[in-house]
Design a protein around this ligand. Structure first.
Ligand code: HEC
Ligand code: HEC
Ligand code: HEC
Ligand code: HEC
Ligand code: HEC
Length: 395
């Protein structure tokens, strides 16, 4: 869509969705998704919806709404051209299981905010939707008391967090990996095994840690739970401006000394064996993730004798490389998905992907990330004959 058209669309979505009731600088959330196309057309020409009654200062309201729309419009949530919203264009309808998180309309359907049964998408959900105003500005959100996670956990929520927690929870749990590999020989490749992809932008899964159960948990290990952080930064929107989605760095400086979020560190010990405790904790997580990916590759070529390559731009990300030249094997003009997974390799790779699927992992839950990486590295080091002590890692 050309930019001008996208903007008209954005304003349309905004005005339709906000049956705005603003008073005393506070937004009260309302939405509507049941209007006919014709209503939408006529409302689209009204730039801002006005509140029903005062006291209010119309100028204030207009500016605030305007700012919110402009902020939202340049965020990923409004990016109607993104694959996250266009993936279903050819089918002309968003697959029900995907719609919950890939369109405001689907989200409302899933939670029963459109009058349908809660807990499932009845559909059909049309393509072309984004994370619109009515996803978060919805009086029905206040009645949602808990959100189901892929592990089966029902996590209690309040207010707008119901929205973030629904869509940023990922699509898998460690228990999915566990059932897939149950009863299989640890180091024997099994052509029936497929890569299990935790999905994307899995911030809420990271945040809930071991309690959320998103990672593969090794036997005999304990895992950190939810990252409580500190009271003023204990919810998604205490760090992320809800419209731009950006992290406001200023407030961090009340408690941290750093130039940017990536430089923040509290830990006094080095987790990655570098001994460098001046750098941000993010670097430790990244270093251990890089080591784990190296070990996944070594394990595939040395132990399984079926080399693997990773290509972050193509689903399912891991490909076969029989001749070990570092390039994916091709068949019918397409790369061949890796088909020699062993239980040991699959679970470590799953953890690696989960950790790296969340670019904010270091702020969302550093202990849980470090634990998953450490345990996965440790588990692969045994068949590779590597001594954990040589890496100097801490858990
Ligand atoms: C629990 C919520 C949720 C469900 C269910 C879900 N997704 Fe997603 N998906 C997301 C989020 C959040 C992102 C955004 C990642 C980003 O781009 O930052 C995403 C991103 C994507 C992308 C873009 C990936 C990229 O690299 O930019 C595709 C494609 C996608 N999902 C496909 C699907 C399909 C197909 C289904 C159904 C089979 C599905 N999703 C179900 C939450 C979900
Ligand atoms: C991802 C969720 C989300 C989406 C999407 C969203 N908002 Fe908001 N909005 C919020 C939250 C949360 C607040 C409360 C902010 C606070 O308490 O500081 C808010 C506050 C507001 C306010 C009050 C002023 C302010 O900035 O605090 C207005 C007006 C507003 N939103 C309008 C909109 C409009 C118009 C859209 C669509 C263009 C939109 N919002 C989309 C979450 C969202
Ligand atoms: C209906 C599902 C949905 C809801 C609700 C939702 N998000 Fe998102 N979010 C997405 C999708 C899909 C993307 C990726 C969009 C894209 O690729 O353009 C995304 C992107 C993001 C990004 C930016 C990722 C990037 O690539 O820049 C952040 C940060 C984010 N969301 C935070 C939040 C927060 C905080 C909330 C709650 C206030 C929230 N989201 C609510 C689905 C959702
Ligand atoms: C302590 C502050 C903090 C809290 C709380 C927090 N985040 Fe983040 N988040 C960050 C930082 C820092 C980043 C990485 C910097 C960035 O990408 O802007 C980030 C990154 C993200 C990203 C990836 C953005 C991208 O560029 O792809 C998403 C999505 C996200 N957060 C969603 C959430 C959700 C959903 C919640 C609540 C479950 C949440 N965050 C809670 C600080 C926080
Ligand atoms: C009120 C004080 C406070 C504020 C404000 C605050 N933090 Fe923190 N932060 C802490 C405390 C305390 C810890 C240690 C928590 C723990 O380990 O349980 C921490 C830990 C962290 C860590 C992990 C550091 C490590 O070495 O493990 C990161 C990253 C982080 N904060 C990022 C942020 C970001 C980004 C912001 C701003 C969006 C922020 N914090 C705002 C108090 C705060």
């Amino acid at each position: 869509m050309p930019v001008s058209q996208r903007f008209t669309h954005a304003v349309m979505v905004a005005t339709v969705a906000l049956t705005l009731v603003v008073g005393g600088g506070q937004a009260v959330f309302g939405q509507d998704s049941s209007e006919s196309e014709q209503d939408k057309e006529s409302e689209a020409s009204i730039p801002f919806a006005l509140p029903q009654s005062g006291p209010f200062n119309p100028a204030d309201i207009e500016i605030k709404n305007d700012q919110s729309i402009a902020d939202w419009f340049r965020s990923a949530h409004a990016d109607a051209a993104a694959d996250a919203f266009r993936h279903w264009d050819e089918e002309e309808e968003i697959t029900a299981v995907c719609a919950t998180c890939h369109s405001g309309e689907g989200f409302r359907d899933y939670h029963g905010l459109d009058g349908t049964v809660a807990g499932s998408v009845e559909g059909p959900i049309s393509t072309g939707g984004v994370v619109d105003c009515g996803t978060c500005h919805n009086s029905g959100l206040a009645d949602i008391e808990e959100i189901a996670f892929p592990s089966g956990l029902m996590h209690p929520v309040q207010g707008v967090e119901a929205s973030c927690m629904t869509c940023h929870q990922g699509r898998t749990a460690g228990s999915n990996v566990e059932s897939a590999i149950m009863g299989l020989e640890l180091d024997t490749p099994n052509p029936e095994l497929r890569f299990i992809n935790p999905h994307y932008a899995t911030a809420a899964a990271t945040w809930l840690g071991g309690y959320g159960g998103s990672g593969y948990h090794y036997d005999g290990k304990t895992y950190s739970g939810r990252f409580f952080h500190a009271r003023p930064v204990s919810s998604c929107v205490s760090c992320h401006e809800p419209h731009t989605l950006e992290v406001e760095f200023e407030p961090c400086l009340t408690c941290h000394q750093a130039n940017e979020p990536a430089d923040i560190r509290i830990a006094r010990q080095s987790y990655d064996g570098s001994g460098d405790t001046a750098k941000g904790i993010r670097s430790d997580i990244q270093a251990n993730a890089a080591l784990l990916l190296d070990m996944i590759k070594s394990y595939a070529s040395e132990v399984v004798e079926a080399p693997i390559v990773y290509d972050g731009t193509r689903y399912p990300y891991f490909f076969a490389d029989a001749n070990g030249d570092g390039l994916a094997d091709q068949a019918d003009g397409r790369p061949v998905a890796y088909n020699s997974w062993t239980p040991r390799g699959l679970r470590a790779t799953y953890n690696w992907k989960l950790v790296t699927s969340d670019p904010g992992n270091y702020a969302h839950n550093p202990p849980y990330m470090l634990e998953l990486l450490y345990d996965s590295i440790e588990n692969l080091s045994a068949p590779l004959g590597r001594d954990m002590k040589d890496f100097g890692l801490l858990r």
